[in-house]
Design a protein around this ligand. Structure first.
Ligand code: HCA
Ligand code: CU
Length: 460
């Protein structure tokens, strides 16, 4: 099974997403580490920078074949050639609605146009894939006629495009089988859109029916709801079909890099790469996970360099609570644990989110023992302006004394002092700021909350 990744072409068709040339080069480099067979690097007619990115990617000399996308026009195909791409993917729609409403061509005219442009590209020495756009809504006999005309003219690949994502696995399976039987020898790509959330299921059915290649994008980006996600596709084939040819390690880095450069963020429940993919909540689930992770994990998250997470709240049972307390070095008796869990459930009924501080506080109340641990849930920087007649160092001394304050700096600029703080929730942050404001000599404060932390390159 082959993968063509089209993050750089279809992925850049995601609403509001544009990549710089450098970002595209980095994405291509990471995709090559994963071991995808082809990288669709863009349509050079779109803009000068799209063309430049294809040129730069070609010059990297990657293992993957670099494909340029193009409409059926001579100038487009010339540009693909000029970029140095080895292969051009020419698309021309074949469904009645597209021919009538968009292209204003009869079926015979369409066949002639496709034949001519495939032959033109072959004449330039390019390998050619032909895509009948909207193939799944195309009259089947006409689809066969068009594809065979393209193959006769020199195309060695056909991309069976479910442009509107209207297929279902069992129907797609049959269509691919039938198409295979009627086409002259060629390889078959599957370009499945995800409008009903069936893209990967359809693509898997198509591979089972004898097709060769799936089109993916990182994070499932693309027009509207996108196409199959690269990581989901690779993990599904790796774990369910025993396809071991791809390198799984760069997948998380690729996904995070794409979030960063696209501003297109994953839903927490996104399979494989989403934040919750290995998080466990209910008492029954967490109890199973702690005994043997295979009870509720389809595969070990370490395969992706990820870690499992156990969420503590009112659904949690005793084993998860005692495991979380043990992380802080806190041991409690069986009867104490019973009471702690029931208090956690009470608190969970009243609130959306429970923090480790709450759990530790409950443990302190229940056991009567003071617990010398600092949970870290919210980080913020509190900046303090000091009255001009007061020594800054006297304010620093007082601020340093508050629990939950980690580091205090005297600084140049509008504010004299900055304190980095860790607190369990916004209410606690608010209380701490109020306390800082009561320090004699503090004129005003401004607080910036940390939304996300990234380790710097040199950091451990
Ligand atoms: C589009 C074109 C395309 C082409 C797919 C392919 C589609 O409509 O933007 O060349 O394999 O979905 O049909 O992305
Ligand atoms: Cu598409």
């Amino acid at each position: 099974m082959e993968i063509l990744d089209t993050t750089l072409r279809e992925g850049e068709q995601t609403p509001y997403v544009n990549f710089t040339v450098d970002e595209k080069v980095e994405i291509a480099r990471l995709l090559d580490q994963v071991g995808v067979d082809m990288i669709e690097a863009g349509d050079p007619s779109v803009s000068p920078n799209v063309a430049k990115a294809i040129e730069r990617i070609v010059s990297l000399g990657l293992r993957a074949e670099i494909v340029a996308h193009s409409v059926a026009s001579r100038s487009g195909i010339d540009r693909a050639k000029a970029c140095g791409a080895k292969r051009v993917a020419i698309f021309y729609a074949t469904s009645k609605i597209h021919l009538d409403a968009k292209l204003h061509k009869t079926p015979d005219e369409a066949v002639a146009i496709i034949r001519e442009h495939v032959a033109y590209a072959r004449g330039l020495g390019l390998k050619v894939r032909y895509t009948p756009e909207d193939a799944t809504r195309t009259d089947f006999d006409f689809l066969v006629q068009v594809c065979n005309a393209a193959i006769e003219a020199g195309a060695d690949r056909i991309s069976f495009a479910d442009t509107l994502g209207i297929m279902q696995p069992h129907i797609f399976y049959e269509r691919v089988c039938e198409l295979h039987q009627h086409l002259l020898p060629c390889k078959m790509d599957l370009h499945c859109h995800d409008d009903y959330g069936l893209a990967l299921a359809n693509a898997m059915a198509g591979i089972r029916a004898g097709a060769d290649c799936i089109h993916t994008t990182v994070n499932g980006m693309g027009e509207r709801t996108g196409v199959p996600d690269l990581a989901e596709t690779i993990l599904a084939f790796h774990n369910l079909e025993g396809e071991a040819k791809f390198n799984l390690r760069p997948l998380m880095e690729l996904s995070s890099y794409l979030e960063k450069v696209s501003g297109f963020f994953l839903a927490p429940n996104k399979p494989i790469t989403g934040q919750n993919a290995f998080s466990h909540k209910s008492g029954v689930h967490t109890n199973g996970i702690l005994k043997d992770p295979r009870t509720y994990e389809p595969f070990d998250p370490s395969l992706l360099g990820r870690e499992r997470k156990i969420v503590i709240d009112k659904y949690t049972g005793k084993s998860a609570v005692s495991a979380r307390l043990a992380e802080y070095g806190i041991e409690v008796s069986a009867s104490e644990l019973d009471v702690i869990v029931s208090r956690i459930k009470n608190l969970g009924d009243q609130r959306k989110q429970l923090f480790d501080t709450d759990i530790i506080e409950i443990a302190e109340l229940v056991t009567g023992r003071e617990m010398d641990v600092i949970p870290h849930d919210i980080s913020a920087m509190v900046m303090v302006e000091v009255e001009s007649h007061v020594y800054t160092s006297s304010v620093v001394r007082r601020v340093r004394g508050f629990t939950n304050v980690n580091n205090v700096y005297e600084m140049t600029g509008d504010y004299d002092v900055s304190a980095f703080v860790n607190v369990e929730n916004v209410m606690a942050l608010n209380n701490l700021i109020e306390e800082i404001r009561t320090v004699p000599g503090v004129k005003r404060t401004e607080t910036r909350m940390v939304l996300k932390k990234y380790p710097a390159n040199g950091n451990k």
